[in-house]
Write a protein that binds this ligand. Structure first.
Ligand code: GDD
Ligand code: MN
Length: 364
């Protein structure tokens, strides 16, 4: 059994894979290792390439996921498919210098730590030629992670080694979405995690482009919220709520525009505003809240209709609850808010199952 499994998430990285495999082979000479390349299907034949290598080299393993996306979940599932006592995570685009792997392994063993992190911000390290706005974002995100009591110099690093023992102790508490698998791992432990850091110099991507996106940023913020709110609600709920709030702004904007255009036809203006806001909410939720299981093609249009139906019922419930409370002499503002809160939960729960098919499935 290998001592270390190097888990490499890869999406559209075909051109980088041969050089990556060669670099791992070179860097880990003398170690007992394997690599698990977790490919999310982009129909670019990455998996065929990895399997060809695997035929010749038993240290190479390929894990293909179809119809799935996500850096963090790819890493988690890759780690769980291994039985090695140490698990490394490293990117496929050659930004992480593979030569640091032996140092990371030595560091985690020597200090008996839970995690050894390759840091871009420790003394002697460097972000290489990472663009300035990316360094700024990474710094900002590091600031946010302080809210969770995480004090590493580079909690946003995607390059680290974790012990099997530690992984097993937190695996059921992981958030598992977005890019920030290291932050997820260390913040799952309630502060009882022992970390060592070693400096490294980040390189620039060899081929292809970064998959960082606005959606990834929103998933990072949802991770921070999720940890801060003590897991009272499923993580998606916060994204759903944020989309709902943005929908209110859209509603108001459309309402006032239409009210002006139609010279005061309130019913028409309100109906238009509701339709636009609901439609916008559907698409935003489809991209952000459920980006990992995004509906496309006919399933998307069917989903939109289901969304209208569920939220339409939600509006009825909203009015009924508010009206009932109002008749019980509750302050009208409070009654209105209570109606909206019940409807938000209703909308979330029903659309999670009828629109995005979450029923019976555990959070992922
Ligand atoms: N399987 C899978 N599925 N892999 C993915 C996905 C996905 O949905 N999205 C990205 N990856 C893979 C990429 O193919 C690459 O190997 C690695 O995850 C990192 O993605 P990049 O798109 O290259 O991200 P980045 O360079 O902007 O950011 C990375 O480096 C930073 C610094 O270490 C990430 O690892 C960040 O988390 C990290 O902060
Ligand atoms: Mn990269």
């Amino acid at each position: 059994m290998p001592e270390i499994s190097v888990v490499v998430p890869a999406y559209r990285e075909r051109e980088n894979l041969p050089a990556l495999i060669a670099a791992l082979d070179e860097a880990l000479r003398g170690h007992d290792w394997e690599t698990i390349i977790v490919i999310d299907d982009a129909e670019d034949e990455s998996e065929i390439l990895v399997r060809e290598h695997a035929q010749r080299n038993p240290r190479i393993r390929c894990m293909l996921r179809v119809g799935r996306r996500g850096l963090a979940s790819a890493c988690i599932e890759g780690m769980l498919s291994s039985s090695a006592p140490y698990l490394a995570v490293s990117d496929a685009d050659l930004q992480h210098d593979e030569k640091s792997l032996p140092d990371l392994i030595a560091a985690i063993k020597r200090s008996d730590a839970d995690v050894a992190v390759a840091s871009r911000y420790a003394t002697g390290a460097s972000t290489g030629d990472l663009p300035r706005h990316r360094v700024f974002m990474s710094r900002l995100a590091t600031g946010f992670s302080r809210l969770l009591g995480v004090t590493l110099s580079d909690p946003m690093s995607g390059y680290f080694v974790v012990s099997r023992k530690y992984l097993d102790s937190v695996v059921r508490k992981l958030y598992g979405r977005g890019f920030k698998i290291l932050l997820d791992l260390v913040s799952a432990s309630d502060g009882r995690v022992r970390v060592v850091e070693i400096p490294y110099r980040m390189r620039s991507r060899a081929h292809g482009e970064s998959k960082m996106s606005f959606r990834v940023i929103s998933e990072f913020l949802a991770l921070v919220l999720y940890r801060m709110c003590g897991r009272l609600f499923p993580a998606r709920f916060f994204l759903f709520l944020a989309v709902g709030l943005s929908g209110m702004a859209v509603h108001l904007a459309v309402l006032s525009a239409m009210f002006g255009l139609t010279a005061g036809d309130f019913l028409l203006s309100q109906a238009t505003a509701i339709t636009v806001a609901m439609t916008g909410n559907f698409f935003l939720n489809n991209i952000f809240t459920y980006g990992d299981r995004r509906l496309r093609g006919t399933r998307m249009w069917r989903g939109l209709l289901a969304f209208y139906a569920a939220c339409g019922l939600g509006a009825l419930i909203n009015v009924s609850v508010a009206d009932w409370l109002f008749l019980k002499a509750v302050d009208y503002r409070l009654a209105g808010m209570a109606g909206a809160a019940v409807a938000a939960i209703w909308n979330f729960l029903t659309t999670a199952s009828v629109t995005w098919g979450d029923s019976g499935r555990k959070r992922q």
